[in-house]
Design a binder for this molecule. Structure first.
Ligand SMILES: Cc1cc2nc3c(=O)[nH]c(=O)nc-3n(C[C@H](O)[C@H](O)[C@H](O)COP(=O)(O)OP(=O)(O)OC[C@H]3O[C@@H](n4cnc5c(N)ncnc54)[C@H](O)[C@@H]3O)c2cc1C
Length: 698
């Protein structure tokens, strides 16, 4: 009989964020200005655990909800009791505050151990179930890191479950399709990507929930090894508002006006291509390669750059070229020039920083390759391009870690794309991606060669593998980066470190993060953001074979079935018309997307291809090979027309490099309207036929 430990989290209601929710000085979120709610995906996880219990037919299975947070987080536990939880546990302690994902996963894993010992009486037939990610962090790192701490299999991005032959089989999202898997052993961690059957509370249940004991533990009760700021391996160094969208976001009132825009769209200049692309910062130069050792223009924050600017100007004025020549007299003069900018202690730190020239981290810049059926994932090439850029400024080499079976032939392409060394780990058991087996292989290679930076693609595979590897090799990890730069933090003794910039709080803020307490700096980066460098087949590189013993026990999941898109699609076309769930039916999709494709093809004299959202594919409106997005194909046409598509991040990542995006949606508040160039509020049934007609006369 299985029991279920469900992770639930209280989060700020990011859908209600207004400008006054941020501190104008620091740019940080003032939590008290926002209502707290239960993380939506955790409500789905709770309902999913209840569903698992139901389909297993084991009515005695317990559901235990667990949260870590301030005392008021008790509210999400009462919510859980009023729905389906039998018992609830609150882990609360000031010492746990300010934690990154490692210092969250670690105490949660230790709490699970205590729950298993004291509540489940050491019965190991249990699942830890959680939402795929929380809206405040958006990292999806905590569940796989917990799995790593507890040495459990992790099944991420689950959308459905079946109970067959006395075990659960889970359907999960993977790149290019979906897969049915089962854990080879229990316990296991499951993360839920979508389960849209919410549970509701009855009055009786709510009364019971309010009277039921909340088991409350503090950090000393669980004896975790990594807690709070001290136990964290990353630190936020800057929070700032995201740049304004370069999309026009212009509403058009009727189909005729839209037809005109479409007719002009291929002439260029309508929209900004590559909006999702990383902003180019000035390339980093190592301190001893700069014109002067006093040049500290590569500090990580504007304030540090300004302070070092004041110091350098004054030292120049005094004819001082070296930090060792700064005597008491010079110090006084610098402090007088600094005014309120910095004081004595800070000046000493800055002077010590001036003496540093060696990068804090040593080794190559690595990319962990993703591939399937002998084909390298496009995101791996993008990361190799980025790694080349970072490695050149750090004057080191680019390594690509390629684990699988019969994968060596791919090394050539990776070298042409910018790699100096390709570390090949081959084993038959690595033929199909299994997070635990691949984690073992990659972690072993990292432990042997210790690169200073390791980059992974923020695909479902990378977002699962990276937390497990980084936790195992005891390094910090930043998720979903959209910016990666080398900079100094000379004052704090950091030279040539990787600054990792990512959106947080549902894209409402940007945060720049650095790694601490780690031997290597690790990040996942969003596909479509970094730039691939042109392939150069004449580039020379080395293939280094790395042997890792993989046994059957290292493989954690049994793959029951994999469904991947097959067939031909020309996503290189200038124009792509996609239909979403809002198309309502396969017939509608056929008729409306078909008619608009024909209309545009005639009008613009170019090839037009059909695309779709994942939801439309799941509804059976069109074959999977047409799916656009994070787990479909990332495209960059001149014109993208989205019909009945809401604009979920996983979809929009795939169209970020489009020149002009046009949307038709019946919901005036559809998120896609904030990420497109032109839109019409209206149903596809009404608007598309009018548009096709108008195109004929435009
Ligand atoms: C790990 C992971 C990976 C994913 N990868 C992808 C991916 O690669 N690609 C992808 O697309 N999604 C992906 N998703 C799913 C994504 O989160 C969204 O669920 C999906 O994009 C929603 O598709 P949709 O916009 O068609 O459906 P919905 O979000 O349901 O939106 C339908 C829209 O249609 C509108 N509508 C309804 N009726 C009409 C009408 N008659 N006329 C006009 N408008 C109408 C509605 O207002 C709504 O905005 C992924 C999710 C996860 C968790």
């Amino acid at each position: 009989m299985s029991d279920y430990i469900v992770l639930v989290k209280q989060v700020p209601d990011v859908s209600q964020i207004t400008d006054n929710a941020f501190d104008p000085e620091t740019g940080t979120l003032i939590r008290t200005r926002l209502a707290s709610v239960i993380n939506e995906l955790d409500t789905q996880a709770l309902a999913f655990a209840n569903y698992m219990k139901k389909i297993s037919g084991e009515a005695d299975g317990q559901i235990i909800a667990l949260t870590m947070g301030p005392p008021m987080a008790e509210e999400v536990l009462r919510y859980s009791l009023s729905r389906c939880a039998d018992k609830v546990v609150l882990l609360t302690d000031r010492a746990l505050g300010g934690a990154d994902t490692v210092a969250t996963a670690n105490p949660l894993a230790f709490t699970v151990r205590k729950i298993v010992k004291e509540i489940l009486k050491n019965d190991n037939d249990y699942y830890v179930v959680s939402g795929m990610q929380s809206v405040d962090g958006d990292t999806a790192q905590v569940p796989p890191q917990m799995a790593e701490e507890l040495s459990l299999p992790c099944i991420a991005y689950v959308t459905d479950a079946e109970f067959k032959n006395n075990r659960f089989e889970f359907t999960r999202i993977i790149s290019g399709g979906s897969q049915v898997v089962a854990a080879k052993k229990l316990p296991a961690v499951v993360t839920v990507a979508k389960y849209e059957y919410p549970l509701f509370a009855t009055f009786t249940k709510t009364r019971w929930a309010n009277e039921t004991e909340v088991i409350t533990w503090a950090s000393e009760d669980i004896k975790a090894t990594h807690i709070g700021v001290k136990g964290s391996r990353t630190a936020v160094i800057r929070v700032f508002p995201p740049g304004k969208s370069t999309r026009k976001c212009q509403q058009l009132s009727d189909a005729k006006s839209l037809a005109k825009v479409l007719a002009e769209s291929l002439k260029g200049g309508n929209g900004e291509a590559g909006e999702g692309a990383e902003a180019q910062a000035v390339r980093y130069v190592l301190p001893d390669k700069r014109a002067s050792l006093l040049d500290r223009s590569f500090e990580g924050t504007k304030k540090e750059q300004e302070d070092y600017g004041i110091l350098a100007d004054k030292l120049k004025e005094l004819g001082i070229k070296d930090a060792d020549q700064i005597d008491d007299k010079a110090r006084k003069k610098v402090l007088a020039a600094a005014g309120k900018n910095f004081h004595k202690k800070a000046l000493e730190d800055m002077i010590n920083g001036l003496k540093l020239t060696e990068p804090t981290f040593k080794g190559e810049v690595w990319v962990v390759a993703e591939h399937s059926d002998g084909v390298v994932h496009p995101a791996t090439f993008e990361l190799t391009g980025k790694a080349r850029d970072l490695a050149d400024s750090l004057e080191t080499k680019v390594g690509v870690c390629l684990a699988g079976y019969k994968v060596e032939p791919m090394a050539k392409e990776l070298i042409a794309a910018g790699a100096d060394n390709v570390y090949v780990i081959e084993d038959k058991l690595l033929d199909v991606f299994d997070a635990t087996a691949h984690r073992k292989a990659i972690a072993d290679a990292i432990n042997t060669y210790w690169p200073q930076i390791v980059l992974y693609a923020a695909t479902p595979q990378g977002r699962m593998l990276a937390p497990m590897v980084s936790y195992r090799v005891e390094c910090g990890l930043t998720a979903d980066c959209t910016g990666l730069d080398i900079r100094d933090g000379s004052r704090t003794g950091n030279i040539g470190i990787l600054l990792q910039t990512r959106p947080a709080l549902g894209g409402n803020v940007m945060a720049t993060i650095r790694t601490k307490n780690s031997k290597s700096q690790m990040a996942t980066a969003r596909p479509g953001v970094m730039k691939r460098i042109p392939s150069d087949p004449s580039r020379k590189g080395q293939v280094i074979k790395h042997k890792v013993e993989i046994s059957k026990n290292d493989v954690s999941l049994e793959i029951v079935k994999t469904e991947l898109g097959t067939g031909d699609v020309n996503f290189g076309a200038d124009v792509i018309v996609s239909g979403g769930k809002g198309m309502q039916s396969r017939d509608n999709y056929e008729q409306l997307v078909g008619a608009l494709c024909d209309g545009l093809s005639k009008k613009l004299g170019t090839q037009v291809e059909r695309g779709a959202s994942r939801a439309a594919v799941e509804q059976g409106f069109i074959e999977r090979v047409h799916q656009v997005g994070q787990t479909g194909t990332a495209i960059g046409p001149k014109l993208y027309v989205a019909l009945g598509i809401s604009g979920a991040i996983q979809h929009m990542i795939g169209v970020a490099n489009t020149e002009t995006i046009v949307a038709i949606n019946s919901d005036p508040n559809a998120p896609i309207f904030k990420q497109c160039d032109y839109y019409i509020v209206g149903t596809v049934e009404d608007t598309v036929p009018q548009l096709v007609q108008a195109l004929g006369s435009a």
